[in-house]
Design a protein around this ligand. Sequence first.
Ligand SMILES: [Zn+2]
Length: 241
Amino acid sequence: MLPRVTAATIRREVRLPVRLRDGSLTPARLFTFDGLCDGREHVALALGDRASDRTGAGPGAAVPLVRLHSECLTGDAFGSERCDCGPQLQEAVARISDVGGYLLYLRQEGRGIGLYSKVDAYALQEDGLDTYEANVALGFGEDERDYTVAAQMLLGLGVERLDLLSNNPDKSTQLEAAGIRVERCVPTGLHVSSVNGRYLATKARRWRLPPASDRWGAPLGRPRADGVRRAWAGEEDRAAP
Ligand SMILES: [Zn+2]
């Protein structure tokens, strides 16, 4: 498959030890880039062995596990329970660290509408709109994220084949369109909080994920030992506001 976007070039690579959610410390490397098509400051975090061997992309070689994580200040930094971004970020760093790969941290807050507009959308959600309807009511698309920069970063890192850690089919579709081969889509866990049930159910419907719990191995509401709950809510969480 020929890449259909121009590779970014690595601007800087630095060591960045990272504390995982189990308390252990793992070595990581942080990359910045030149040549990204939207001019924003996206970064890649390399974790584990598969990310170290940039020549190991030949046929039959294990491919890196990659997560495209869209920035969410409220979830990632403040621990907001309105969404599942913070726990998903922690899960991704831990799982990629286990097998090796990259976390791409993409600066597209609020599915691409920006922080202030995301907060505006939260206000509309408090009046009854769902997360997609609120973005549309503000004059945006339901999901404005463009993963071209992710493909540019991956090509700059020498990654043309990967396993994608995601439940969102838009990501694999856009990467494949950019010429990146997605070997496998690896689903993430479901991170239910006291208030994000409706949000999760809305995303599951949009992505046409099966509402039954068999895909996830546990009925909704039964937490695993690490606090992750693995079942999409087929119905809206009645306990949610
Ligand atoms: Zn979020």
